[in-house]
Design a protein around this ligand. Structure first.
Ligand code: PAF
Length: 291
């Protein structure tokens, strides 16, 4: 069983003597773990000797009226699952332990990358992610940290944070883990009822279809817009309410530089979607690689 710590000082005392000889990996989570999270731990183990998994439902990344209160908290089950993949330590702090002052009067993120896509529909969300991830990095001081590619924008923002604040941490993006029918695993999938769960894989199918069409199209703004309109219609017809469906460069260049996707060199693209199905807001993405 992994060792559980609820306090920063105790976790740091435990890790201090280990870090001179051993590499430490951090897998930040909000708990309610599924196979996607367990895969993050497996990947972390390939890059480090010790794996610390943080479990913290971070209040600052939830907006007014979002699911902070109802977000499933399942610490005992999570710890049992983590034992099956060999995680070494669980860091499960209280809100007071992480935030001496709430809301925190310090911000670490800025710029267009945080205000587009999920940042546009969830204002402040990435400010909350930025502060908690920075704190976890400072508390654990890992050599590597592993994040899922399902949260593509989050991963891009964290890479930017590490670069701009000179954290000596290697960030690893882990491929999306999917159910057999293609639905990206997410703790929020449990908000789907049986009928919605049948519909949910349509999101992945439509992204794959759009990716295929992008590979074979003329690569012009007109063509892209037509394909987006068609795909939005198909997703909406399946029963989703689309928050956004966008095509970006794989580096998520700022909105002002969106024309970069029509570059002659056909740089790699990412299709990103967020869509509501009943109570669940589902995220997915699909890379389009031209080489
Ligand atoms: O991806 C998540 O689960 C959260 O956003 C994270 C990175 C653990 C920060 O709270």
């Amino acid at each position: 069983m992994p060792n559980i710590h609820h306090h920063i000082a105790a976790l740091q005392d435990t890790l201090k003597p280990l870090r001179s000889e051993q590499r430490i990996a951090l897998v930040p989570t909000m708990g309610n773990l599924h196979d996607g999270h367990l895969e993050l731990v497996r990947i972390a183990k390939q890059h480090a000797d010790i794996v610390v998994v943080s479990i913290f439902v971070n209040p600052t990344q939830f907006g007014e009226g979002e699911d902070f209160d109802s977000y499933p908290r399942t610490l005992d089950e999570d710890v049992a699952k983590l034992a099956t993949v060999g995680a070494d330590y669980v860091f499960a702090p209280s809100i007071d332990e992480i935030y001496p002052v709430l809301p925190p009067p310090t911000a670490v993120l800025a710029g267009a990358i945080t205000t587009q896509l999920c940042g546009q529909s969830r204002p402040g969300h990435f400010d909350g992610v930025g502060i908690v991830v920075s704190k976890l990095f400072n508390i654990v001081q890992p050599d590597v940290a592993v994040f899922g590619q399902k949260d593509y924008q989050q991963l891009a923002i964290i890479k930017q944070l590490v670069r701009d604040l000179s954290y000596p941490i290697k960030i690893i993006g882990a491929p999306i883990v999917r159910a057999a029918d293609g639905l990206a695993l997410s703790s929020r999938n449990q908000y789907l009822n049986a009928a919605e769960r049948q519909i949910a894989p349509v999101l992945h199918q439509e992204l794959q279809r759009l990716a295929q069409k992008l590979l074979n199209c003329e690569h012009s703004q007109k063509e892209f817009e037509a394909l987006l309109v068609e795909t939005r219609e198909r997703i909406t017809d399946a029963g989703f309410i689309i928050d956004y469906l966008q095509i970006k460069t794989a580096q998520l260049t700022p909105v002002a530089n969106d024309a970069a996707i029509f570059n002659k060199e056909k740089q790699d693209l990412i299709i990103l979607v967020a869509a509501w199905l009943g109570r669940a807001r589902l995220l997915d993405n699909q890379l389009v690689t031209f080489k």
